[in-house]
Ligand binder design. Sequence first.
Ligand code: PHE
Length: 475
Amino acid sequence: MPDNRVAIHGQWTSRWAFILAATGSAVGLGNIWKFPYIAGENGGSAFVLIYLFFIALIGIPVLMGEVLIGRRGHLSPAASVAAVAREAGASKLWSGIGWLGLSAGFLVLSFYAVIAGWALSYVFVSAKGSFSGASPEAIGNIFTALLASPWQLIFWQSMIVGITVLIVAKGVQKGLEKTVTLLMPGLFLLLLLMVGYAMTTGSFMQAVEFLFTPDFSKLTGAGILEALGHACFTLSLASGVMIMYGAYLPEGVSIARTSIAVAFIDTLVALLAGLAIFPIVFANGIAAGEGPGLIFVSLPIAFGQMPFGTFIGTLFFIMLVFAAFTTSISLIEAVVALLIEKRGTSRPKAAFIAGFAVWFAGLGTVMSLGAWEKITFNSLTGLDLKFVLFNQNFFDATAFIATNLMLPLGAFLLAVFCAWVMRDRDTAQELGMSETSLVYISWHWTMRIVAPILIVIVLLHAVGIDVLPLIGLSS
Ligand code: PHE
């Protein structure tokens, strides 16, 4: 029965619309840019295996928790958590989880839009044929020149934020849903094409082996924690997104089944991205552990040498832009919904205000890629504080605070809230399960014990408290 909270924002037209939108949020730079390079840095297969394990063990249960809070509250993240807390007779302070997520999502989007801008600019760089036959130095210089040019960065970042605003201004069904129904199948098609092409490079099996034959000697404790952190990041957990998208989910749709579908597709995309990228990388004699430059430098070098490289390269970056757009719209939606709820702002106006704020915050990232690169808290204050944050520039510090501190803290609180604060009968009812069913009990205990403990270890590791030796791992 649609109550007036549903009426404020609208709903997805179907279960598939939700799956596409949530997968659209989950699949992004994290899958195509970050996953391959961190897998590369951590020796490949064993890392991949641990990552899959964490998606199943922690990712899916926390994702279900968020979606269920959203659908029960039907409002923007903080208001949804507040409504659910009230129902459980718990303190309103729990709505802090929503605020934390919303702020983390905002910060993530501020730098995400800048990086998505790199991808957008590379569509044109590639289409012009700039990679074709160019030397590795020349291709490296294209990237360095882009990062050193604030005006170019601002131009591309503005395009990303601008289009995001235009989409979100149109509303849940006509904006978000329409966009994901168009872009997600497009992304899949492009990805399959890339994998098909990678199969012809002659190094496909080498990539398969790299990704799927586990070699545990390459895995470090820090790598394990990175896998867990990335499992949360790639599913867009604790950023308010999944609560918000859950709020638009019609009653009667199974939260467990849809969450599993979302996690499954997201993982599939990450693995396919690996299978598209590594054969090309190996076939051209490039190392797998190249770090963040993997797809902006190494891959273009390969595109420059390959048959149809200009065409394939352009399609690759178009695919990356699709992936980034469906994530950007999800990250801004919660802020927009909040403005609509609290201030009664019209959707287009709310989208514009949120977009402007995100764009403005992103200027900090833009500047830290150039002029402010060396400016850190310590350098500004003349202090010598040891914590890593104080030695990072604005961009690195924002990314660190949002992804390494706020998101894990949010995921921890979400697990605790769902499993210790909400009443079992409410969570079971929302999940459409019986409290005594095996699935429910597994979910419940994972959220009660396993997820909080593991996430706290990740969090402590991020702030430099090394718990790994205590559990018998080297860091
Ligand atoms: N899941 C997104 C990606 O993989 C990134 C993201 C992280 C989005 C956190 C929202 C919140 O690209």
